[in-house]
Design a protein around this ligand. Structure first.
Ligand SMILES: *[C@@H]1O[C@H](CO)[C@@H](O)[C@H](O)[C@H]1NC(C)=O
Ligand SMILES: *[C@@H]1O[C@H](CO)[C@@H](O)[C@H](O)[C@H]1NC(C)=O
Ligand SMILES: *[C@@H]1O[C@H](CO)[C@@H](O)[C@H](O)[C@H]1NC(C)=O
Ligand SMILES: *[C@@H]1O[C@H](CO)[C@@H](O)[C@H](O)[C@H]1NC(C)=O
Ligand SMILES: *[C@@H]1O[C@H](CO)[C@@H](O)[C@H](O)[C@H]1NC(C)=O
Ligand SMILES: *[C@@H]1O[C@H](CO)[C@@H](O)[C@H](O)[C@H]1NC(C)=O
Ligand SMILES: *[C@@H]1O[C@H](CO)[C@@H](O)[C@H](O)[C@H]1NC(C)=O
Ligand SMILES: *[C@@H]1O[C@H](CO)[C@@H](O)[C@H](O)[C@H]1NC(C)=O
Ligand SMILES: *[C@@H]1O[C@H](CO)[C@@H](O)[C@H](O)[C@H]1NC(C)=O
Length: 435
């Protein structure tokens, strides 16, 4: 059982991937429209990026630049035309997904400084106002390391933007490349983290995940900090963020958005790699601090600790999940963190973590149990993990589906996504009756 390669490939994490979509070593044929226009040829009403009608989803900084995985922009509009001008901080050739309401995702390659016409009179759903009302335009950035800056949003002359209220529930996934959707077809938009948030329906979701990152605060695979530090900052650990902020990233203002009701944490696969020099004790200590930090900023959130699955290996005459046959994946460590937060002693005297002073302190209130353990053993099989040790599109769908069912049963969340497309390009079928 040679597992040293389990996460070696996560090292590629920090580099910027090409946007070409690969499918089993071949370039997937795509027909993404070129949506670039010369705006001088159009009569627009133009809104600035700080317009109150615009709802930013996930992490965006004070310059309206996006960070982490699947950050989004959503708004309603009148008329049949929407264009966006992407500012100078946009990473050239970022692939974005966009759609109206529950229509299928469309994709386009966005250029720095360009204006892209994303909705016109031919766009599916453009004039339909039923049953989702008000009708909304939504855009999501697919790649974690790339990002866009909103320069302006345009609608037809005489038309206007409409503020779309937030959904009443909020879920956040904190993770690494596994949650960010690395090596999946549409990256963030193919990830289990997105599939969980979007798949629950009627929920806001934020995926604060970045490839290669450790939970423990140290350099891992080129990421200068671990999540214990980075999650409290607006930006991620990308080269792009290091260029923009150096060693002084903006603090994330948690009060700007509704608190998460559920937080899912999937971190440790990079910590559990000898290349990164994190100790089991250090991991457990900082995992507790991260949970205490989440509890401080979201006092009412239920926090789900995901068990790590690592990889799969041949095992005798079959295959087995690595955590079952080798000492990997911090299995007892993560379980011990879950147990720690569920003792009577802890709940009587909970502790909070203050990221500003990087210190823990006793809370003055008792707590009901809020930390849960999500066992991932048995959800995926060996062929749900691709050659680069990350879930395939099918693997992501399995993990998302199981998480959705867990959350439904555990927290009584109603499943509202009853039709709209969640995962794009997963429609494989065989309608050949004659072979
Ligand atoms: C986006 O555009 C760049 C430059 O033209 C190209 O290299 C890349 O493959 C495109 N990405 C997609 C997904 O089409
Ligand atoms: C997309 O269209 C614009 C405007 O017509 C043009 O300048 C640009 O070269 C096109 N881009 C690609 C990748 O074809
Ligand atoms: C948006 O920014 C402009 C220019 O900085 C400012 O004049 C305007 O008041 C801002 N609007 C909102 C809604 O904050
Ligand atoms: C809509 O599609 C038709 C047929 O392809 C085309 O002729 C027309 O120019 C399109 N309209 C717009 C606004 O793109
Ligand atoms: C990985 O996790 C296992 C527990 O599953 C632990 O025994 C081992 O020391 C860890 N290895 C590294 C490199 O962190
Ligand atoms: C891990 O420790 C070794 C030995 O001290 C050191 O050479 C290496 O740079 C460290 N790597 C990281 C990522 O901290
Ligand atoms: C915060 O404290 C931990 C130890 O508790 C340390 O590993 C980490 O580097 C510190 N972070 C900062 C930003 O000083
Ligand atoms: C607990 O601490 C908070 C913030 O420090 C304070 O606002 C609150 O009044 C305190 N509650 C009690 C019961 O001491
Ligand atoms: C997780 O699930 C596996 C497979 O069902 C089981 O063997 C293991 O005991 C479970 N772990 C915990 C902590 O319940």
């Amino acid at each position: 059982m040679k597992l040293s390669s389990v996460c070696g490939t996560v090292a590629a994490a920090a580099s910027l991937a090409s946007a070409t979509i690969w499918q089993n070593d071949q370039v997937r044929i795509t027909h993404f429209p070129n949506t670039t226009i010369d705006p001088s040829g159009y009569k627009f009403k133009t809104y600035s990026p700080n317009s109150t009608e615009l709802s930013y989803k996930g992490r965006w900084d004070s310059h309206f630049t996006s960070w982490y995985s699947v950050p989004g922009l959503k708004f309603g509009f009148t008329g049949n035309r929407v264009a966006i001008t992407f500012g100078p901080e946009t990473f050239d050739t970022t692939l974005v997904g966009y759609r109206i309401d529950g229509q299928d995702w469309q994709f386009t390659n966005v250029s720095t400084g360009a204006t892209h016409l994303l909705v016109n009179s031919n766009t599916t759903g453009v004039s339909l106002t039923y049953p989702i009302s008000p009708s909304a335009f939504e855009m999501r950035v697919t790649n974690w390391a790339y990002g866009v800056q909103i320069g302006a949003v345009h609608v037809g002359q005489g038309e206007k933007l409409i503020k779309i209220p937030d959904f009443p529930r909020t879920i956040e996934v904190i993770g690494d490349s596994l949650s960010a959707g690395m090596y999946a077809s549409y990256e963030g938009l193919s990830s289990f983290a997105y599939g969980l948030g979007a798949g629950l329906g009627n929920s806001e979701y934020s995926v604060t995940a970045y490839p290669g990152i450790c939970l423990f605060d140290k350099l891992c695979w080129g990421n200068p900090h671990g999540m214990l530090y980075q999650w409290f900052r607006t930006s991620d650990t990308s080269w792009r963020a290091q260029q923009a902020f150096g060693d002084n990233p903006e603090w994330w203002d948690f009060s700007k958005k509704p608190a998460a009701d559920i937080v899912v944490i999937n971190l440790g696969t990079n910590d559990n790699n000898s290349a990164n020099n994190v100790t089991a004790e250090g991991y457990v200590a900082q995992y507790k601090m991260l949970v205490q930090g989440v509890h401080k900023v979201y006092p009412k959130a239920q926090i789900i600790l995901m068990a790590l699955w690592e990889g799969f290996s041949t095992f005798g005459n079959t295959y087995a999940q690595s955590t079952l046959i080798s000492d990997v994946g911090y299995v007892p460590q993560i379980y011990s963190v879950y147990e720690y937060f569920n003792t009577k002693e802890y709940l009587a005297n909970p502790i909070l973590y203050d990221p500003v002073y990087n210190t823990t302190y006793p809370s003055n209130q008792t707590s009901a149990p809020f930390v849960h353990y999500f066992n991932t053993t048995g959800l995926m099989q060996h062929n749900d993990i691709g050659p680069q040790w990350h879930p395939t599109d099918a693997g992501h769908i399995k993990v998302a589906s199981h998480l959705i069912q867990y959350i439904k049963m555990k927290f009584d969340w109603v499943l509202y996504a009853t039709g709209p497309e969640i995962f794009h390009d997963t429609l494989y079928w065989n309608d050949n009756s004659g072979f």
